[in-house]
Design a protein around this ligand. Structure first.
Ligand code: NAD
Length: 358
């Protein structure tokens, strides 16, 4: 690959703080580990609204379109709660996802053994947990037509439509199988095949696509059972593939299993392999500007960017190993420290990861 082009979008709240730490990691990779990349910064969310009057300026989108990957921290804050709906920071986020055609959302739930006590489940159930949820992001009931609220018989009726084409299912199924191939070669497809016609088509299509992936073991679960299994015995899963609505709910359950929102990255990919990488947390206005935010979710987003868009698994593994080493050495930001444990700040955590990379 020629020089990789990355667009960094710090956004709002703790966004600029955690972005700065991710950038330190990129710099260290470029200086010492043969990483050929250049990056620029852009505006999105409230910061973009303040500067330009738009939460997603055209200039940001233009650079995003020509970049190999976008690294976004977080948007939003109470300051923008009263802004017109189409100018709110979240519009910037939804806008860039739609404009880039990011149809596949990859959300790992990883629990480093050192943090097992942070989970709401017993440590032995979750220690070393490492699952990946592949969620369809641009279809299903969140976008299906018809939708609305109508008057009928003197009362209002709200309605939405769960709709999936074979093409949409094939595309996300392939992403799931390919992700499973990079891991333990097990894929569980989650649907509601016993009740929904859209799930019938989902299951049929996933099975058909599975014939191209004979090396991946495919299983199926109903979503209600999957929700139960995720909190009963989560380590039975490796890669899960599911629809937009089911994925939205299941990925939050999986995130909660790890107990630490400041640790989880995510990736959203399009058909050209371009991706947007972001921590799952928001802009955390309550701790912004205080050097309190955990930058590890953002740094692990860099690892995903290296793996999925830049095809540099070697560097991705190096970043993950550095994070592991830092945690093993006992360093903790406030959100992952147990009572009585010493705490370090955002910048110190970023510096520690850079040292551990060496
Ligand atoms: P949040 O994720 O910002 O914060 C929830 C809680 O987790 C807070 O107590 C916060 O301090 C803590 N937290 C979050 N990230 C942390 C980190 N890296 N280190 C340590 N602690 C961390 O969610 P919220 O409070 O519901 O939302 C705040 C703002 O963020 C809102 O404006 C919301 O719309 C926005 N938001 C943006 C995104 C995004 O950009 N993708 C996602 C969710 C929420």
């Amino acid at each position: 690959m020629s020089t990789a082009k990355i667009l960094i979008l710090p956004g709002d709240g703790i966004g600029p703080e955690v972005s700065a730490e991710a950038e330190k990691v990129l710099q260290a990779l470029r200086a010492d580990h043969g990483f050929d990349a250049e990056w620029t910064h852009g505006l999105i969310g409230g910061a973009a609204f303040d500067a330009t009057g738009e939460p997603l300026p055209a200039a940001t989108l233009e650079v995003a379109r020509t970049s190999d990957a976008v690294l976004l921290a977080a948007v939003g804050g109470p300051k923008y709660d009263l802004a017109p709906r189409d100018k709110r920071p979240e519009r910037g986020l939804l806008g860039i996802r739609a404009a880039l055609g990011l149809y596949a959302n990859l959300r790992p739930a990883i629990l480093f053994p050192e943090l097992a006590a942070a989970s709401s489940l017993k440590p032995e159930l979750v220690s070393d947990l490492d699952i990946l949820i592949v969620r369809e992001l641009t279809g299903g009931i969140y976008f299906g037509e018809p939708r609305g609220i109508r008057e009928e018989g003197g009362q209002r009726i709200g309605f939405n439509t769960e709709v999936y084409s074979e093409r949409e299912i094939e595309r996300i199924a392939r992403t799931g199988f390919e992700a499973a191939r990079l891991r333990s070669k097990r894929l569980c497809s989650i649907d509601k095949h016993n009740v929904l016609e859209s799930s019938e088509l989902w299951r049929e299509t996933v099975i058909r696509v599975g014939q191209e992936f004979a090396d991946v073991q495919l299983s199926h679960q109903y979503v209600d059972n999957a929700a139960m299994q995720l909190v009963r015995a989560p380590k039975q899963f490796d890669v899960i593939v599911t629809s937009n609505l089911f994925g939205d709910i299941l990925s939050d359950i999986a995130a909660q299993l790890t107990g630490s929102i400041g640790m989880l990255p995510s990736a959203s990919l399009n058909e050209r392999g371009q991706g947007m990488y972001e921590p799952i947390h928001g802009s955390a206005p309550d701790i912004a500007g205080k050097n309190l935010a955990n930058p590890l979710a953002m740094i692990l987003s860099v690892a995903m960017l290296l793996r999925y868009s830049l095809k540099r698994s070697d560097l991705a593994d190096r970043v993950s190993a550095a994070v592991r080493r830092v945690l093993a050495s006992g360093l903790r930001t406030a959100d992952i420290a147990r009572a009585g444990e010493a705490k370090i700040g955002t910048r110190e955590m970023g510096d520690a990861v850079v040292v551990a990379l060496a």
